[in-house]
Design a protein around this ligand. Structure first.
Ligand code: BYC
Length: 473
């Protein structure tokens, strides 16, 4: 397997030492990144020793090494998946030609925009989560939060490498700007909507990791098909890390659901707010919120941008190489759920301009599988309740549904009906205050906050009472 050189100031498997100009650019950016990390990264824990995994190779097997690290000393680096020999462009107008090792001049601006948009989400999520350590439900969860955070930091490095290596001065300026924008800032916000929403509590964090990180999976998988090979290889390795983030989200919500169900059974009641756990309707409202803002991240149903990304062989479909159509889609159609006047309809649209929607479909199907697993937890407890994904038109700010009000069940409704009912569908101030009231930190090894079940197993096979984070006195 291709080892990563850890003797370098910036660990990498891209022979940085052989490219002095690039090495200098990245070494100039490194202290700025660290300043950003100290200012905007996990608050209050920069001196703690955390049991973190670090990539030591880029193979699917055995790529991670676990050890104690202070987060500012984490070895953020540049890791690309191994090149596929003789890889050919899998789709679009350039299908069948050798992949590009350099940026084609005519696609420079478009590619830069795609890479910046992706890169911007990574520091944004760290900023959104920076206060959560203070209210961790356990050392196990605290460690998982920090693992996610350092890896999002590494994903920023991944995009900055592409910008600095392939986009010259413009790229270096973009790399600086990625450290300047701030999640939720009125003057210099992050680019995409969901990354400006606060993540105030751990239920939000787990929902974000389930829904929003999963958008990351689908966007990265589409970019991993790119004809621009360095982008493809970068995204392929990022996907390996991303899987853990979604695990954190899915098992986090699953453990909350499990604990709630236990308390419902013990007390033979669904009125559990007085009993220190999060009631299922509140979990549903958080789900509705995070699902809908994440659906927005796929862009409009009909998008000429998406068509151009595909036609230019820059951004493919999910699992593009497994599709057995012509992979150019010039005459193909795709069923798109959208608005027709006052009605929600599904109608055939040109496949090329529908690519955002197609990716959203793949995403929704994946989300549904996770929700079904949560419902198994509820069913096993013998409780008559089902969590459901809201209709894709619900609470949207991007695309056709942004213009109208849609109920979670997909009915188009009036403003008055929305006003009368939205408190049943989205987290209310009371919900958020209640969830916040449960967020008291638990830091004894092996202990868990009363609103969340313990995990099925420890990280890297560690025992239940393992001290995942050591605080310095
Ligand atoms: N908020 O043609 P349209 C992750 C803009 S998450 C604000 O439909 P397009 C992660 C759009 O930019 C994955 N603006 O859009 C997860 C466009 O502006 P311009 C992130 C939005 O281009 C957790 C205009 O509206 N990766 O990795 O087809 C933790 C017209 O829209 C939004 C990527 O996003 C929005 N939600 O599709 C950490 C991949 N949506 O160009 C990390 C790269 C659209 O007219 N990005 N707009 O000025 C893309 O592939 C595309 O840019 C998008 C949008 C899918 C985002």
């Amino acid at each position: 397997m291709s080892r990563i050189d850890y003797l370098e100031r910036i660990p990498n498997n891209v022979d940085l030492a052989g490219n002095r100009r690039l090495q200098r650019a990245l070494e100039e950016w490194q202290p700025k990144f660290l300043d950003w990390w100290m200012e905007m990264g996990p608050e209050g824990f920069q001196a703690a020793d955390v049991y973190l995994r670090t990539a030591v190779g880029v193979d699917a097997q055995g790529w991670a090494h676990f050890d104690w690290v202070r987060m500012p000393e984490y070895r953020w680096g540049i890791f690309l998946a191994e090149p596929e020999p003789q890889r050919l462009i899998p789709f679009g107008d350039h299908k069948g030609k050798p992949v590009w090792a350099e940026v084609p001049g005519e696609y420079r601006a478009t590619l830069r925009r795609l890479i910046v948009t992706q890169g911007d989400t990574e520091p944004a999520s760290v900023e959104q989560q920076r206060h959560l350590g203070r209210t961790c439900p356990s050392l196990y969860d605290l460690r998982n939060l920090f693992q996610v955070n350092v890896e999002e930091g590494r994903h920023l490095w991944a995009m900055v490498y592409l910008l600095d290596a392939y986009f010259g001065r413009d790229g270096r300026e973009e790399s600086e700007a990625l450290l300047q924008r701030r999640s939720g800032d009125a003057d210099k916000p992050r680019i995409l909507g969901a990354f400006n929403e606060p993540t105030p509590d751990w239920l939000s964090f787990f929902m974000f990791s389930f829904f929003t990180d999963r958008d990351g999976k689908y966007q990265l998988a589409s970019l991993a098909e790119s004809g621009f090979d360095p982008l493809s290889r970068t995204c392929r390795f990022m996907l390996t890390e991303e899987a853990h983030h979604m695990f954190v989200g899915e098992t986090g919500v699953g453990r909350i659901v499990q604990r709630t169900c236990e308390v419902m059974r013990e007390g033979k009641t669904d009125d559990v707010r007085g009993r220190g756990v999060i009631d299922l309707p509140t979990i549903q409202r958080y789900l509705n919120f995070h699902c809908s803002v994440s659906l927005d991240l796929f862009g409009s149903e009909i998008s000429t941008n998406a068509a151009n990304f595909y036609t230019n062989s820059l951004k493919g479909r999910f699992e593009e190489t497994k599709r057995d159509d012509d992979r150019q889609l010039k005459t193909a159609l795709f069923p798109v759920t959208t608005l027709d006047g006052e009605r929600v309809v599904t109608r055939d649209e040109p496949a090329l301009t529908s690519l955002n929607e197609r990716l959203r479909d793949d995403y929704v199907a994946d989300c549904a599988r996770g929700v079904a697993r949560w419902n198994q937890v509820i069913a096993r407890a013998g409780i008559d309740f089902e969590l459901t994904l809201p209709h894709r038109g619900f609470h949207r700010a991007i695309g056709a549904f942004a213009e109208v009000k849609v109920a979670p069940d997909g009915r188009l409704i009036s403003e008055a009906e929305w006003d009368a009912h939205h408190r049943e569908w989205l987290p209310t101030d009371e919900d958020r205050a209640y969830v916040a009231s449960l967020m008291t930190p638990v830091t004894q090894p092996g202990a868990f906050a009363p609103w969340i079940a313990s995990p099925a197993r420890g990280i890297n096979g560690q025992p239940a009472d393992f001290t995942y984070v050591r605080f310095t006195p």
